[in-house]
Write a protein that binds this ligand. Structure first.
Ligand code: ZN
Length: 63
């Protein structure tokens, strides 16, 4: 399983959005009209909204 990140728009650093999935799951993910957001970004402390296009995966190293 890989962890889903977005780039913090203020610092450009990756922020874990609280989801874990694989690429095929991300590709088929229906974000729809649901607003998703990261509250209290660890880098800047703000709340960031994100869409599917903002997301990328990082392997957690556990295989
Ligand atoms: Zn941020």
């Amino acid at each position: 399983m890989s962890q889903v990140f977005m780039d913090c728009p203020d610092t450009g650093k990756p922020v874990y959005v609280g989801l874990s999935m694989e690429w095929d799951q991300l590709e088929s993910l229906e974000m729809g009209s649901v607003d998703r957001e990261v509250s209290e970004c660890p880098h800047c402390g703000k709340t960031h909204r994100f869409g599917k296009k903002d997301l990328f995966l990082r392997a957690d190293g556990g295989g």
